[in-house]
Design a protein around this ligand. Structure first.
Ligand code: TXE
Length: 481
């Protein structure tokens, strides 16, 4: 059976302990490969290797660094089909989605930050002709990059690209549930001419290797995307070293449909926001709020469109939703549907496994898209992130009621507003306590804009110049003239 290995100092290596974790194909529930179950020793070797490579990489001319990153992007494109297949098998996402979104975005991450670093300029100020100030940016050293299982290559490369572009070296810890595409990156790095040690990848569990990475004094910067509880743990583990930390955590996002929304455009958008990637996107809108005048019409059309979604084999190009990522996650999502039942919610569509799946998929972690109405106002489901294909729909009367409902959450990641009245949309957007508001669109990303969350959705912003800010230290030099 295939073994997914660590990539340390430019070479693939077995974990020192010789231990491996089972790697499941979520569409069949069967083990299809083994993942290195690394321990502190592997992680320390990777950190040492990144540390050794740092001096040379930070003084590599920016054009050369950018050239290598551009090559990595080209190689991701050249291997797009194989990477999309691997992502789909490992994560459960439809291969069509991986081809359209995940893999192109991974290439774009490298291209974008290669360009960004080439074009980056710093400011200088003059004070009365007597004092000249300018700023210098310097990389910090070894960046610790920890990524989750929902958008494996997309999110890992979103961290690697700016970290390396800015002259840092890196140690990556992908999710133990989805290590496959990360493990394929090593060969791409070598082919692109990335010097050994500049980017290392250590596979294994969060509580072991992840914990070593965040608490190691030789890693001054941590970028983490994952669950809020893990984010809190990381913040505590890094506090005593005053590490630079960026946390992109969970969300409980609202989709707000105003009475003047154009439902022809809105329904397809809300379908994506609800169920794309099986609802396993931190930006998915799990809480749909619809103005009461169009509530019935919206619900009827939304349910009809949901019925059309094909759930099944992720390798079938027509599939819209594959299985959930893992058995524990499948059970968590199912338990939240049960909670909705307990809280008097009406499951008007879904809530169960799809029927008629082929024999080979009968043990996969499949769930139908699920729509819940009439759930009690005090249900815990309004506050808990499901991270699956489950939405609640509720009516509201006035826009300020919608804002109140949207903000009634420990999270503050994103929201989407659907309306033809932009004046109302602007006013509503300004009142939402979230990092990103989309109007008449969803998950439409421009890599130049800041990305991050309010409240329990995280801290810090990445994206464009905000990533350059995060992955460098800024120094002011003042000269008396
Ligand atoms: O994520 P974890 P989990 C949400 C979603 C999900 C919940 C838990 O609601 O149900 O989080 O998911 C590594 N030190 N999101 O438990 O554990 C881990 O190995 C260092 C939202 O699977 O946070 C993995 O690489 N690292 C989210 C990464 O952290 C540690 C995406 C994320 O895993 C660690 C995924 C530790 N102590 C889930 N413990 C989003 N924001 O997009 C774990 N890890």
């Amino acid at each position: 059976m295939e073994k997914l290995l660590n990539f340390i100092n430019g070479e693939y290596s077995e974990p020192q302990s010789g231990q491996y974790l089972d790697n499941f194909d979520p569409s069949t529930g069967g083990v299809y490969s083994k993942v290195a179950d690394s321990d502190s020793l592997d992680m320390i070797l990777a950190i040492q290797s990144a540390n050794k490579a740092f001096e040379k990489w930070k003084s590599t001319p920016v054009e050369k660094r950018a050239e290598i990153l551009y090559k990595i992007a080209d190689l991701i494109d050249a291997n797009a089909d194989a990477l999309a297949f691997a992502e789909s098998q490992d994560q459960g996402k439809p291969v069509a989605l991986a081809k359209k979104v995940d893999i192109p975005r991974a290439a774009l991450n490298f291209r974008f930050f290669a360009g960004a670093i080439l074009h980056h300029t710093e400011m200088a100020t003059d004070k009365d002709g007597k004092l000249l100030n300018y700023t210098l940016r310097q990389p910090l050293g070894v960046a610790g990059l920890i990524s989750p299982w929902n958008l494996p290559l997309y999110l890992l490369t979103w961290k690697i690209a700016p970290a390396l572009a800015c002259g840092n070296t890196a140690v990556c810890k992908p999710s133990e549930f989805t290590s496959k595409t990360a493990s394929l990156l090593g060969a791409i790095f070598n082919e692109a001419g990335l010097p050994p040690g500049v980017c290392n990848i250590v596979l294994g569990r969060g509580e072991t290797v992840g914990q070593t990475l965040v608490s190691h004094p030789g890693v001054p910067l941590i970028s983490f995307t994952g669950g809020t509880a893990t984010g809190e743990k990381i913040l505590k583990s890094t506090a005593s070293h005053f590490k630079k930390v960026s946390l992109e955590l969970g969300g409980k996002n609202a989709t707000i449909v105003l009475k003047d929304a154009d439902l022809k455009k809105t329904i397809p958008g809300v379908i994506q926001a609800s169920f794309m990637n099986q609802g396993e996107v931190c930006l998915c809108g799990e809480k749909i709020l619809v103005q009461e005048e169009i509530y019935d019409e919206f619900l009827e059309k939304f349910v009809a469109a949901t019925k059309e979604l094909q759930v099944g084999d992720p390798q079938d190009p027509k599939t819209f939703m594959g299985p959930l990522v893992s058995e524990p996650h499948y059970l968590k999502v199912k338990s939240l549907i049960d909670l909705a039942r307990k809280d008097k919610g009406k499951i008007i569509y879904g809530g169960d496994r799809p029927e008629g799946l082929p024999e080979k998929l009968k043990n996969g972690y499949f769930l139908n898209p699920t729509i819940i109405t009439d759930i009690s106002n005090c249900s815990e489901l309004h506050q808990t992130e499901v991270f699956g294909p489950v939405v609640t729909v509720a009516p509201f009367k006035y826009n300020h009621d919608a804002a109140k409902w949207a903000n009634n959450s420990p999270y503050g990641l994103s929201a989407s507003i659907w309306t033809e009245n932009l004046s109302k949309a602007h006013k509503l957007a300004a009142g939402l306590d979230v990092g990103t508001v989309w109007i008449n669109t969803w998950l439409n990303r421009d890599l130049r804009v800041p990305f991050g969350g309010f409240k329990a959705s995280g801290q810090g912003r990445e994206g464009g110049s905000h990533s350059i800010d995060f992955y460098t230290e800024l120094k002011t030099v003042s000269i008396a003239l």
